[in-house]
Every structure is written in structure tokens, then in C-alpha cells.
Design a protein around this ligand. Structure first.
Ligand code: PMP
Length: 415
């Protein structure tokens, strides 16, 4: 089938007979750079420092098994049935305990909406707030999955500079002022304040207070995405932004990194009016999040020492962070990188001659993969930066991967 617009050689576009029918917003749907990488990087001979997969082998299998068995025995018929759009009350009660570890003590289970991972919550919040052409403020760099979601709603991202203490309040003020002069509509500030994906940095307490003040004054909502907050290595994390402002912050949490991403259970804690709209949006898109998986999480949290299990994850990731930091010191001392206090990622700053995107095929040939910095910017920046993940490979594989990476980088510099 052809269309009036079909000219020239066949392209993917005009091979699709429906291409004139798609909604305008699909123009924003593009495979992330990370997705294309996964296929290559998952070959066993490649050391992948690219993905962000939690090391679920560290989970005590018998605990999950026992939670599952109890759940089926005691709540089987509810677990196999539809549930409400807000999520089951039992898991929302448990979520309050998790959030109290982040300093959030004033929430009730009724303020929480369970979602299918926090990626779903990012989509729901975007659906509620973003018209085409609206602006989202976000750290430079920012989580690739959030950038993809904002783009799918045809919003523009204005990046705000960060340093080792996270988002820079003066840069935030300047960006807001600039956008207002241009007459742009700013809808919210998206931030991963703890152990940022991809930068690995954490927003300091002083800055949290300043950022909250600025956003309140400017009437800009904050979307605080906090999947890594409990995965600290050296000292307990800072209080969540939401713990200091219940009115102006939507808080997103997830069991993906502290338990298992396969369960797809996350949550949003939002001011009342927003929560109501979130529930309607859940119902309109998926009716209800998986009752089954929410019950598995509930039983797991009820019957296991889950804080101890998170401590197990911290120990695994701390050792891997150290392995990566040491290997970088040993093999690439001419570069600079972040040393995160938690989370999964190190952000490496390359020299001007190095282009992380261009260099990737060569790295994969040398059997190491990373994520080019360009994945984490909406505006094409990031060529001289890369993200290295230490969450999945063993310390030995991390060292091997960094050694291979150093060969590639040194080879490029010799050219
Ligand atoms: N936010 C951030 C910052 C992430 O790193 C991730 C996962 N990589 C997500 C959200 C999505 O997590 P999930 O949907 O599994 O909860």
C-alpha cells in the first residue's frame, strides 16, 4: 500500500502501511540508546558496565519462596483477583515503613498509589501534567528512562547544571528565569537527588532546602524519583525532599533496587488532589497494578528481615563500587570520575578528544560495554562523558572491564 507522501526509496516509514495514522505524540517515541546496547552487551564474553540491572542473585531465595507460599496459602484468591486502582492497602501500609527510613513519617497509606514500577509512575505523572511544548526541568545529566517518558508526551527538557553536591540552586534559578522570559510553561522539576542515575552524585542537605524554597516560591512542583535512597554505602542517606515538604513534592519509590525489578512494584506518594488524579489515570490505563505481585511484596516484608536483606545488597554494591574506583585509579588515572556514596553508577569525564558514542563499537569489539553520556541529555550533550555501572558484574569482571576500557581509551588517544 502506498500513500501520497511516498517518494524516493523505500524507508522503514513508508514500509509501514499505517504510518500516516499514528498520533502526533508517537514522534517522541524512540528506542533509547541503552536498549540498542543491551542486545550486544548481554553476550557473555562482553563485560557489561552498561546496564543497570540489580544483582538479584544476592537475594535470599528461600525468603522469597516462603513469602510466595504463604501468600498463596493465605491470600491466594485475592491475589488472583482484580484489585483497586490505588493498589492493595496491605502493601501501602508496608510502604510507609520503607519510606520512614527516608525520613518520611507524616504519610498515611491513603496517600500512596501503588504503580507497576516507578517507570509507570513517571508515565502517569507526565500524562497528568505535560502538554506538548511544556518544559520539565531536570538534572544535567538525567535518567534516560525519564527523558524518554517526557519526550513521549512531547515535552521539552531544560537541563540544570549539577556538581558533586547535586543540583546547583543558582543554576536552577537562572534556568527558571530564562525560561520565563521566553514565555515557556514549566511543569515540574524532575530530580534523582540520591546517588543520581547516571551521575552518582547526591544533593546536599543545604541544597535540598534551597531547591525546595526556590520551587515553592516559583510554584514549580518537584518530582522526586528515589529508587536508590536506601542503597547507601558509607553513611545513611539524607532525608528525602518529600520529608521536608508534603505540599510541593511527588515522591516516587520502587522495590526494583531494594528487592526485585521483576516484581514491578513501585509507588507514588502525592498531595491529595494529585493522588486522586493518579488513581484515575491508573484505572484508565491498566485498571489496577498486579494484585499478585503486591501480595508477594506484602508477605515478603511481613515475614522477612528485609532491612537486613537490604544491608546485604549494600555490602555487595559497596565492594563493587570500590573495585571500580580502584580499577579506574589504576588504569585511567588521567581521567576524572565520581565516587558515589550509594546506588549503581559512576560518571566518567573523558578528555575533549574522546567521543564516547563514537568509541562504543570499538569498545564492544574489545569486549567491554558502557553507556555513552549522550543517552542522559535531551540536548545532544554528553559526548565526552560516559556512565559505568558497577551493580551487576562481579568485582573481578569490573576490573577486567575497566582494563579493557583503558586499552580502548588509550588506543584512541594514540591515534
Ligand atoms: N528511576 C530511576 C532513576 C531509575 O534508575 C529506574 C530504573 N533504572 C527507574 C526510575 C525505573 O525503575 P522501576 O520502574 O523498575 O521501578
Amino acid at each position: 500500500m502506498t500513500h501520497p507522501g511516498d517518494v524516493g526509496p523505500q524507508t522503514g516509514r513508508n514500509l509501514d502501511p499505517w504510518y500516516t495514522s499514528y498520533a502526533d505524540r508517537t514522534a517522541g517515541l524512540a528506542a533509547s540508546e541503552v536498549r540498542a546496547l543491551f542486545a550486544v552487551a548481554s553476550r557473555p564474553e562482553v563485560v557489561s558496565l552498561a546496564g543497570g540491572m540489580p544483582f538479584v542473585k544476592a537475594l535470599p531465595e528461600e525468603l522469597i519462596h516462603s513469602a510466595f507460599t504463604t501468600m498463596m496459602r493465605e491470600h491466594g484468591s485475592e491475589a488472583l483477583q482484580y484489585g483497586g486502582g490505588q493498589g492493595i492497602p496491605e502493601v501501602r501500609e508496608q510502604i510507609l515503613q520503607v519510606m520512614s527510613l527516608e525520613g518520611i513519617n507524616d504519610a498515611s497509606a491513603d496517600d500512596v498509589v501503588t504503580t507497576t514500577g516507578s517507570q509507570h509512575a513517571l508515565d502517569l505523572v507526565s500524562k497528568l501534567f505535560l502538554n506538548p511544548g511544556d518544559v520539565v526541568l531536570a538534572e544535567a545529566p538525567s535518567y534516560v528512562g525519564a527523558l524518554g517518558t517526557f519526550k513521549s508526551y512531547q515535552a521539552d527538557v531544560a537541563h540544570v547544571a549539577i556538581d558533586d553536591d547535586g543540583l546547583i540552586p543558582e543554576a536552577l534559578e537562572e534556568t527558571i528565569a530564562h525560561l520565563r522570559v521566553e514565555g515557556r510553561t514549566i511543569k515540574f522539576l524532575y530530580t534523582v537527588a540520591n546517588y543520581n542515575n547516571p551521575a552518582g552524585v547526591t544533593m546536599s542537605l543545604e541544597r535540598r532546602i534551597r531547591v525546595l524554597e526556590i520551587c515553592r516560591r516559583e510554584h514549580i512542583l518537584i518530582l522526586e524519583d528515589n529508587p536508590y535512597g536506601l542503597l547507601y554505602f558509607d553513611k545513611p542517606g539524607l532525608p528525602a525532599l518529600r520529608s521536608m515538604d508534603a505540599e510541593n513534592v511527588i515522591y516516587l519509590g520502587s522495590f526494583s533496587k531494594i528487592l526485585s525489578p521483576g516484581l514491578r512494584v513501585g509507588w507514588a506518594l502525592a498531595p491529595h488532589a494529585i493522588r486522586e488524579k493518579l488513581i484515575l489515570a491508573v484505572e484508565a490505563s491498566i485498571l489496577s497494578p498486579s494484585t499478585f505481585n503486591q501480595w508477594v511484596v506484602t508477605e515478603y516484608l511481613r515475614q522477612s528481615d528485609w532491612q537486613q536483606q537490604i544491608e546485604g545488597y549494600r555490602a555487595v554494591y559497596r565492594e563493587r563500587r570500590d573495585a571500580m574506583d580502584q580499577a579506574l585509579n589504576e588504569h585511567l588515572p588521567q581521567l576524572s570520575w565520581t565516587k558515589p556514596d550509594g546506588g549503581f553508577f559512576v560518571w566518567v569525564r573523558l578528555t575533549e578528544q574522546l567521543d564516547s558514542k563514537q568509541m562504543l563499537p570499538r569498545a564492544v569489539k574489545e569486549l567491554v560495554a558502557y553507556t555513552p553520556g549522550t543517552a542522559f541529555f535531551a540536548d545532544g550533550r554528553g559526548r565526552h562523558e560516559m556512565r559505568l555501572s558497577f551493580c551487576y558484574p562481579t568485582p573481578e569482571r569490573i576490573k577486567l572491564g575497566v582494563r579493557r576500557l583503558a586499552n580502548v581509551i588509550n588506543g584512541e588517544l594514540d591515534l
